[in-house]
Design a protein around this ligand. Sequence first.
Ligand SMILES: Nc1ncnc2c1ncn2[C@@H]1O[C@H](COP(=O)(O)OP(=O)(O)O)[C@@H](O)[C@H]1O
Ligand SMILES: [Mg+2]
Length: 322
Amino acid sequence: MEPVIVARSAVMRARLALAARAAASDVTVLVTGESGTGKELLARAIHAGSAAAARSLVAVNCAAIPEALLESELFGYRRGAFTGAHGDKPGLVAAAAGGTLFLDEVAELPLVLQGKLLRFLQDGSYFPLGAVRPLAARVRVVAATNADLRRRVAAGAFRPDLYYRLAVLPIHVPPLRERPEDIAPLVRHLLARLHRPGAPAIELSPAALAYLEAQPWPGNVRELENAVARALVVCSGRVLTVDDFRDAAGAPPPADGADWTLPAGGVDLPRLVRDLVATALERTHGNLSAAARLLGLSRPALRYRVKKYRLERGRGPRAATG
Ligand SMILES: Nc1ncnc2c1ncn2[C@@H]1O[C@H](COP(=O)(O)OP(=O)(O)O)[C@@H](O)[C@H]1O
Ligand SMILES: [Mg+2]
């Protein structure tokens, strides 16, 4: 299924046209833009619109895989390459053969691997760990980054030859605040997606739309999605109002810290932690295991904080009664 990309602004429509042309060829594409602008969505659309659409798109987040594992994840290994390598294992490059390899956060690729990726981009060959002969695969690469790769090159952290090889066709996705015309259709798209069958349709008041269009959206479309989802929770009628968004904004930051931006005025971290722990306990009715899961903590780590912030049931001001 082709991913739906909402684009009313001229700038986004131009980017989509570029992406459609990229899809029709098999060039390497570099998608740049802030976090949450829709880079991955665009990469998926390029794959879906390409001749390789029936083959796999394999997504790799270069920042999420430990450096020591990334090479074997990407290129695989031969039996005996290291202790525990009991058989050959194909890598993600092999899994993407004939299709698309999406390299997310490509700026985080370690320098050694940058050289190996460059070779692969140049002639389609690569060495699994421990292999003496190279393997070959035809793979279209779409890379994405929210970093300024040229700056990384200037700083010696990114190979210039790889940069030029990746940036054959650069597509920059502008931040949401530079294309406020996209907000109304995006919200409509989100409301339709979140709508439950049988439930009354929810609309956005004109004032709420103006309010949303005036926000800076540092987390871009992802942040807008979260804001709409939260507003739907606090909304009591059939129309989302400015207050619904304001009230919902008091909720804790999204769990995925990668997309949470430090406010210009800073935060009171101990207080934030205490509030998050209290909220998690409240939401799970004091169930420590469930609360620990919500917070990404171990039970002992959570228990330590519960004690430290005096949030034991029946003691804290937020403790549930009964
Ligand atoms: N133009 C768009 N139309 C519809 N949904 C979008 C659009 N741009 C982003 N999104 C949605 O916003 C979220 C973040 O997009 P994503 O592609 O993961 O951003 P990035 O990779 O740049 O961080 C996803 O849920 C995505 O589906
Ligand atoms: Mg992303």
